[in-house]
Design a binder for this molecule. Structure first.
Ligand SMILES: Cc1cc2nc3c(=O)[nH]c(=O)nc-3n(C[C@H](O)[C@H](O)[C@H](O)COP(=O)(O)OP(=O)(O)OC[C@H]3O[C@@H](n4cnc5c(N)ncnc54)[C@H](O)[C@@H]3O)c2cc1C
Length: 417
């Protein structure tokens, strides 16, 4: 039985949108997911998930299904990209599991998406709608309406915008422009493990850190596939889409890199390029019956590989607060922002610092290398404890505080909101 007549609208069927729909649907809330692409699915690359995501999987009933699709790397090894020296080896196997109570995993995004989609499809209260591009939302006081590119006005009790880094709803609520480009781009590739001829780690996560560039690689699908992400600074940025020009640029950028990195680059598919960017943290995730979630609310550089983990934490937190406030969506959304703001803002800010650390040049690079050489597992675990120890859901500590008051819009485009 649905708890309400009108559905809660979720804009975006990515990790944040589907996990929100699932968290709400499992608690008896009707949800309608509006996704712009013709098919709900992920772009086909790898993803790393830290131990903090597992308590969320438990709440969503996903732990076993996700683990069945995952590999558990034994370590994350950071190499100097110029010399090939292993600088630090962070245990991600048994000792991490013991310290943080849950594993560190890598898996194919498509497999994660299928797990989420199957779980959503098993909940009759969740309606999944593809080919629906939301262009804006209106808060009508006692309900909302999502305007779509094909001229519909879809009504709901509230709207949760999980429409990613370039969120249109964020533009409406926060009005802070396009994501800030940092001058770096990424290329991503998956190849069969059997085709990997380079002398590389095949069971662990590797990060090759260089001046203005890095490469991350790890196995997928139980070692049958090999995922490579190459990230580098570029002046030409997102120009054209010319594969030959990209290839020439990579050859130049990585000219001093270790031969293993060059062998990895030779395997890269350069068809698609992702400009890297983020936003400053903001306090404007919600307004009335509208809330932002995941990358739409707090996009971070991928230095800690935690963006998706944060979206899962957001989803469970938001759904539990909606449930607790029993239909008072504006109050639940304010509590959700208050609960999630500092943790996600810290990730945004620390990800920027870590970006500089990975890409250090000159003396800074030597300082970084010297520092890393002295690290033990315990040192690294201490640095990551704020993330990997997880997020305490407000519903676990009880409802002691009244919902915070709404913040007045700073630069108002809010007539439409
Ligand atoms: C190179 C790279 C590597 C990364 N690696 C990791 C990692 O290892 N671990 C990790 O935790 N995170 C990682 N991240 C971050 C992670 O991918 C994101 O944080 C996560 O995908 C955010 O999920 P989301 O649902 O908020 O947004 P998205 O995944 O971007 O989903 C948004 C969805 O909304 C849809 N949409 C957009 N606009 C509209 C609209 N107007 N109407 C309807 N639908 C719309 C989109 O089609 C999409 O389906 C990485 C990011 C990058 C760029």
């Amino acid at each position: 039985m649905a708890r309400q007549k009108r559905p809660i609208l979720v804009v975006g069927g990515g990790i944040g949108g589907l996990s929100t729909a699932l968290a709400l649907g499992r608690r008896g809330w009707r949800v309608r997911v509006l996704e712009q692409t013709p098919e709900l699915g992920a772009i086909g690359y790898g993803i790393q998930l830290g131990p903090n995501v597992f308590p969320m999987f438990d709440r969503l009933g996903l732990r076993d299904a996700v683990l069945a699709e995952s590999s558990l790397p034994g370590a994350c090894v950071m190499f100097d990209a110029l010399t090939g020296e292993p600088l630090t080896r962070v245990a991600t196997g048994a000792s991490l599991g013991e310290r943080f109570k849950h594993p560190y995993i890598v898996l194919h995004r498509v497999d994660l998406h299928h797990v989420l989609l199957d779980a959503c499809r098993a909940v009759p209260l969740i309606e999944l709608e593809s080919s629906t591009t939301v262009t804006g939302v209106d808060d009508l006081g006692d309900r909302v309406a999502a305007r779509t590119a094909d001229g519909q006005a879809i009504e709901g009790d509230a709207v949760i915008a999980a429409d990613g880094l370039r969120s249109r709803i964020r533009a409406q609520l926060v009005d802070d422009g396009e994501p800030q480009p940092i001058g770096y781009v990424a290329h991503r590739t998956i190849v069969p493990m059997a085709q990997v001829k380079a002398d590389v780690l095949r069971t662990d996560v590797a990060l090759w850190a260089g001046p203005g560039f890095h490469i991350v690689h790890y196995p997928l699908r139980h070692g049958s596939l090999f995922n490579i992400v190459a990230v580098f600074r570029t002046a030409t940025h997102a120009d054209k889409g010319d594969v030959e020009a990209y290839r020439a640029e990579l050859t130049h950028t990585y000219r001093d890199a270790h031969p293993t990195m060059k062998a990895l680059l030779a395997m890269m598919d350069l068809e698609r390029r992702w400009p890297i960017g983020d936003h400053d943290p903001t306090r404007r995730w919600c307004q009335g019956r509208i809330a932002l979630l995941g990358d739409a609310a707090h996009p971070a550089l991928q230095s800690f590989a935690q963006g998706a983990c944060m979206a899962f934490e957001d989803a469970v937190c938001l759904a539990e607060l909606v449930d607790m406030d029993d239909g008072d969506h504006p109050a639940a959304f304010r509590r959700y922002q208050a609960a999630r703001l500092l943790r996600t803002a810290r990730l945004q800010l620390e990800s920027r610092s870590m970006w500089g650390f990975y890409h250090a040049e000159g003396i800074a690079r030597e300082v970084r290398n010297e520092t890393c050489r002295g690290w033990s597992d315990e040192d690294v675990f201490r640095c990551l404890a704020w993330l990997y120890d997880g997020f305490t859901l407000p519903t676990e500590v009880g409802r002691s505080e009244p919902a915070p008051r709404e913040v007045a819009p700073a630069r108002s485009r809010s007539a439409a909101v």
